[in-house]
Each structure stands twice: as structure tokens, then as C-alpha cells.
Ligand binder design. Structure first.
Ligand SMILES: [Zn+2]
Ligand SMILES: [Zn+2]
Ligand SMILES: [Zn+2]
Length: 409
């Protein structure tokens, strides 16, 4: 957009006004019967639909009735301009050519996804339809808008998709840029059934894996790591994703297993060894010099290498499991009392901590709980976690053990 003003002072004078709706000094959208309105207030007003209290018509209500400020239609408010689309006659925010948002989006999608005649390939029709029928077409239009100073944008990706330059496979999306827009586009393609559903965390890991493999300079080591990821790490995650969504922690752990395996191969190479010539003494030395955190992350790789006959049979130290001392019952009761009565603490944290103390649920599960997991039958409330509804203990029994009063039904 060319700059049609010479100074900031001119910009301020020509384009900024005090909005009559929000009373802030902002970019002017127009002069309406009740005064100047800013773009935000104009967009908001044009989203209000319903029966006009002035004439009873069912339509968009951008105006304000003098006195009670009730939302009224443009005719009753005395607008001199119409908000009707020049093509479909729907009332809406108008774009170039006095077209409504949905008509503008339809043209934009034809331009991006269509061939020379504007015809959209049949395999992409579900994507065009789902975007066109989105509840907020304006947010889709904004998403497709090219960002200032950026050559790559969702628009570029959509155009490449329309021209058949991007294969309709998950693999094709791993290396696309900008990655955020590519990830969102992939979500959209999965939502409308063009791409098969895959777990979001697995997608992220696969994308990360390509970049990680590119950092390994030795081709033999790179090939080993790729085999480990392809035949051991990813299949395990995929099997788990079939039952429940993969958590960011699990994705991180899988990534750590791959980085640790890479670091181990580098460590062996520095000792003039490979996986095939690795001795028990090497394994013992590595374990003696690394903390349990890293040992746990390398274990999967070594077990896989032995099972795949890539190395000789080696003895691995048993993993150390540390159990924290159980919280004494009086301490637990005191903590619960504190959490239930201390209104200074944030409510979210108090609720999460109470669930930990009552049901010993891991935090990764608690953060996935939604309001629908709390069932209230009129007299008692239940917390349905992990498919087992837990009835919360009634207040009168609070003197007994909280753990023993939570019934699993
Ligand atoms: Zn405003
Ligand atoms: Zn009216
Ligand atoms: Zn229209």
C-alpha cells in the first residue's frame, strides 16, 4: 500500500478519529449516523444479527437507537449507505467491489486453489468448502492475507497446493515453510478428510527428525538413527496415539531418545568404535559418566540395537526407580484444608492441586480435564478422569481420609 500522507501529523489528522462507540482514537472505518466509528467497532457492529426493535425485520443491526442504545437495523438508524453485498445481497462487512466477506473469500479461494478458469480440482473441493463454510469467514480471509515483508505466507502455500506443487501426503508437509502456516494447513486438510488423521505431536516429531538427521554429518550414523526412529520410536508412538493423544512430554522424551542415541554414536566414534565393535567396557564407562536421566533415554536405543543384531549382547545396568516418600496423612489433610480455604491462591492452581491430593492423578492428565469431565447430578459432583468417575467426598466426612472416601464407581 502506498503512503498517501507526508507526515505522522497528517496521518493522525486524516485517518485517526475518536470513535463514538469505544471512545478511543483509532483508524476510521466510516461516518455513521451516531458519529465516527473505528474499524474494530464497525466490524463488531456488523456481526450483530437479529430482530430489529424498530421495524421488526430480521437482519444485521449495526445502528444504535438514540436513548436506550439498542442495536437497530441500518434503515431505522438512518444510514445513507447500504451494507448489502453487490452479488448475493447479504448484509455484511463490505470488501472490494462491495462484496460481502463470504463472496470475497469464495473469489480468493478460486484464485488460489483454482486453475486458469477458476475451477478447483475435485480433490481440493472439500478444503475450499470447509473454509467457505467456516463460522467466521473473516478470520480465514485475514489468515490468507500476505504479511508485510514476508514472501512466504499461507497464501503462497495455498497457491502451490492449487497448482499441484505440494503432494497431498503428510511427508510433503514436513519440510514446508512457513512451518506454522503449513502445520495449520495440514490440520485443515485432516479436518476435511483430504489427509488421513495423525497425531499432532507425531507430526511435530517427524518434522523435527528431518532437521535433526540433516545435522548428522556421518552418513552411516545418520542412517542408523533414521532406522532407529523409523522402526522403533515412531511405531511405538503411533501405537499409543491409537488409544489416546500423545502428550508434549512423550514427544519430548522420544526426541531425547533420538538425540541421546546420536550423541552416543558420536561418543563411540571419538573412541574409535562403532555400534558393531562396541565392548561391554564402553557401555560401563558411558553409564558411569552419565546421570540416570540420560541413561533412561539411551536404554531404548541400546535394547533395539541388540534386538536388531546391530551390536553384540551387552549388559545394561537396571534402571533406577526412585519413589518419593508418601505424604503423611496429617500433612495431606493440612494441605487440603489450606487449598480449600486460601482464596489468595489462583483458583486453577488450587483445583489442580486438590485433584492431585485426592486422586493422585498425574498433571499431564489433569491439564487435559475439561468442564465436561465434572458431572453434577443435582446433589453430588463427580470428577470423571481416565474413564473412571470419582465421586468427590461430601463435606461432612472431611475428617476421615480423603483417599479412602473417594469412591470409584
Ligand atoms: Zn471503536
Ligand atoms: Zn429496523
Ligand atoms: Zn455476497
Amino acid at each position: 500500500m502506498s503512503r498517501s500522507y507526508a507526515s505522522d501529523e497528517q496521518y493522525e489528522r486524516w485517518y485517526l478519529v475518536e470513535c463514538c462507540r469505544c471512545e478511543r482514537r483509532k483508524n476510521k472505518a466510516g461516518s455513521w449516523p451516531d458519529g465516527y466509528v473505528c474499524r474494530t467497532c464497525a466490524d463488531r457492529a456488523l456481526r450483530i444479527r437479529g430482530r430489529c426493535p424498530g421495524c421488526g425485520a430480521d437482519r444485521v443491526l449495526p445502528g444504535r437507537r438514540a436513548g436506550d442504545q439498542a442495536a437497530i437495523c441500518s434503515d431505522c438508524a438512518g444510514f445513507t449507505t447500504s451494507f448489502r453485498c453487490s452479488r448475493c445481497t447479504e448484509e455484511d462487512k463490505l470488501h472490494r467491489g462491495r462484496l460481502c466477506t463470504r463472496c470475497t473469500l469464495r473469489d480468493r479461494l478460486r484464485e488460489l486453489l483454482g486453475d486458469a478458469s477458476g475451477e478447483i480440482r475435485p480433490e481440493l473441493a472439500p478444503l475450499a468448502n470447509s473454509l467457505l463454510n467456516a463460522e467466521r469467514p473473516l478470520s480465514i480471509l485475514t489468515w490468507l492475507y500476505t504479511r508485510k515483508g514476508k514472501t512466504e505466507s499461507p497464501e503462497t502455500l495455498m497457491r502451490a497446493l492449487g497448482r499441484g506443487q505440494i503432494a497431498l501426503t503428510h511427508e510433503a508437509f514436513h519440510t514446508l515453510q512457513p512451518w506454522r502456516a503449513a502445520a495449520h494447513l495440514r490440520e485443515l486438510l485432516m479436518a476435511c478428510g483430504i489427509l488421513p488423521r495423525v497425531d499432532k505431536q507425531i507430526c511435530l516429531l517427524e518434522r523435527w527428525l528431518i532437521a535433526h538427521l540433516n545435522t548428522i554429518t556421518d552418513p552411516d550414523r545418520a542412517q542408523l538413527i533414521q532406522r532407529f526412529a523409523t522402526w522403533e520410536v515412531l511405531p511405538r508412538l503411533r501405537a499409543r496415539a491409537a488409544n489416546k493423544p500423545i502428550t508434549p512430554f512423550s514427544r519430548q522424551f522420544a526426541g531425547d531418545q533420538i538425540t541421546q542415541a546420536t550423541a552416543f554414536l558420536d561418543w563411540l566414534a571419538a573412541r574409535q568404535r562403532s555400534l558393531r565393535t562396541c565392548e561391554q567396557a564402553d557401555i560401563d564407562t558411558w553409564h558411569a559418566n552419565h546421570a540416570e536421566h540420560w541413561r533412561r533415554r539411551l536404554r531404548g536405543f541400546l535394547l533395539w540395537a541388540m534386538a536388531s543384531k546391530l551390536t553384540r549382547g551387552l549388559r545394561l545396568p537396571a534402571p533406577v526407580t526412585t519413589h518419593g516418600a508418601a505424604l503423611p496423612q496429617p500433612d495431606r489433610m493440612a494441605l487440603l484444608g489450606h487449598l480449600l480455604t486460601d482464596h489468595e491462591l489462583p483458583l486453577r492452581s488450587r483445583v489442580a492441586a486438590v485433584i492431585v491430593l485426592l486422586y493422585a492423578q498425574p498433571l499431564s492428565r489433569i491439564v487435559r480435564l475439561t468442564i465436561d469431565d465434572i458431572i453434577y447430578d443435582g446433589t453430588r459432583s463427580c470428577c470423571a478422569s481416565a474413564n473412571h468417575p470419582h465421586r468427590s467426598p461430601p463435606p461432612s466426612r472431611s475428617s476421615s481420609s480423603p483417599g479412602s472416601t473417594s469412591e470409584t464407581t
